[in-house]
Design a binder for this molecule. Structure first.
Ligand SMILES: Nc1ncnc2c1ncn2[C@@H]1O[C@H](COP(=O)(O)OP(=O)(O)OP(=O)(O)O)[C@@H](O)[C@H]1O
Length: 405
């Protein structure tokens, strides 16, 4: 027997749980899909597409619904002899309109005719973009995923207005901007706001029922019949709804639970597998988060963990600063000034390791923030083990470490 052999009693098609899998049917988004279809309606009427701004938190189906609807739109349009082309661009690595234009041109051009990332006059790049779009003709829908990464956003009004300005004659272009940054809309210049946000769609977080439908649908493809009991689906959905209403997280949890069942040679998934999967995913999320912090990030976090173990959170930044200075002393390093220390606290809050709550000190007292841990302290101490070794432990931390061994 070889070293590797298939062990497929659990998974029929594990890839169906992966991020890049496009479901054939979208479940639990009926209302949002109706609004989206209405916003795309001009295309099928042969008119200039509306520009659409779609926002919602991570994993709420923005990309999946967009791909699904644009595929449907293309096949339905073909029946009415309407020529629709869709272009999808992820703006994660693009911060200027210039870079966006170059990327679009390169997506439309042959591999042998690509532009370099820099070195052309801006006007020329725009000219080339109009030429490429006109040479496609018909109706073109351009999707800008993670559109909030574009800082100089002039392209977001130049494209929608290109036809009116006489730059395009052979095609009608509409854009769809997708973002999970709720504040992005407010940052847009009024020019961009009025063109990009012609139609606005908001996707809310999924509740447990919707996640259950999504997971059930995907489990039928990913697992063999009878391998995933209802209570396992319900548990993954309940965790997902409690965390962030993020379908991706729930699908990851189900996949990890399946992997654990495979490792254990189990005949089917159990709720215990889901619990173990949750801990494993949280452990790796925390390890990744902590590994990405600087030394001072570790020291600030350790100070907060200590205060948490003493039962004194939520806590103000100035109290954390005092503890952090002690911790720095033990680590033989100079403490940062309070303002810099607070940057680290805010980073922890952004990563979801800590939470930050705004408080009001009466009518005249002004506002301040309180911080608390938002993550399993045992897993944090595990990820911080080097810092713990250098700084040493308090009674309370010792008690926690004793309990986890
Ligand atoms: N309503 C749904 N029906 C079926 N699968 C879904 C649905 N919503 C999300 N999914 C699945 O969940 C995962 C995450 O969804 P998607 O990538 O669309 O989220 P998103 O809102 O675009 O997130 P991000 O902002 O992080 O890109 C994908 O695997 C997707 O197929």
């Amino acid at each position: 027997m070889g070293l590797f052999e298939p062990d497929t009693d659990i998974f029929r098609n594990r890839d169906a749980l992966r991020e890049d899998y496009q479901p054939e049917e979208i479940v639990g988004r009926d209302e949002e899909l109706q609004q989206y279809i209405a916003a795309l309606q001009p295309v099928i009427n042969g008119d200039q597409p509306s520009n659409i701004f779609l926002y919602g938190k991570a994993g709420v189906g923005k990309t999946a619904c967009t791909r699904y609807l644009l595929d449907q739109l293309k096949s339905d349009a073909a029946e009415y002899d309407i020529d629709v082309t869709t272009i999808r661009t992820n703006c994660e690595d693009l911060s200027t309109s210039y870079q966006v234009a170059i990327q679009l041109i390169n997506e439309l051009r042959a591999p042998t005719d690509q532009l370099k990332p820099t070195g052309y006059p801006r006007r020329q790049v725009n000219e080339w973009l109009w030429e490429e779009l006109d040479s496609i003709g018909g109706t073109i829908v351009i999707v800008f995923d993670e559109v909030d990464h574009i800082e100089d956003d002039s392209i977001l009004y130049q494209i929608p207005r290109a036809r009116a300005n006489g730059n395009l004659s052979e095609c009608k272009v509409g854009i769809i901007g997708i973002s999970n940054d709720f504040k992005y809309r407010e940052r847009l210049s009024s020019k961009v706001q009025s063109s990009l946000c012609e139609k606005e769609l908001q996707f809310p977080a999924y509740d447990a029922n919707e996640l259950r439908d999504i997971l059930r649908q995907r489990a039928e493809i990913a697992f063999y019949d009878g391998v995933v009991p209802q209570e396992v689906i319900a548990k993954c959905a309940a965790f997902g709804a409690k965390d962030a209403g993020d379908a991706r997280q729930s699908l990851d949890l189900l996949m990890e639970a399946g992997d654990i069942a495979v490792e254990e040679n189990a005949a089917k998934l159990t709720e215990a597998h889901v619990d173990a999967a949750r801990t494993a995913l949280e452990r790796s999320r925390i390890a990744d988060g902590v590994a990405g912090l600087t030394q001072h990030g570790h020291l600030v976090l350790y100070a907060l963990v200590m205060i948490h173990e003493e039962g004194d959170t939520p806590v103000r930044a100035r109290t954390i600063q005092e503890r952090y200075e002690v911790v720095c002393d033990r680590a033989a390093t100079d403490a940062l000034v309070p303002r810099r220390m607070r940057d680290h606290l805010n980073e922890l809050a952004m990563l979801g390791i800590a939470s930050r709550v705004e408080r009001n000190k009466g009518e005249v007292g002004g506002r301040y923030y309180e911080y608390a841990l938002d993550t399993n302290p045992e897993l944090l101490l595990e990820a911080l083990d080097e810092t713990v070794d250098i700084v040493g432990v308090t009674h309370e931390v010792q008690r926690r470490l004793g309990r986890s061994h």
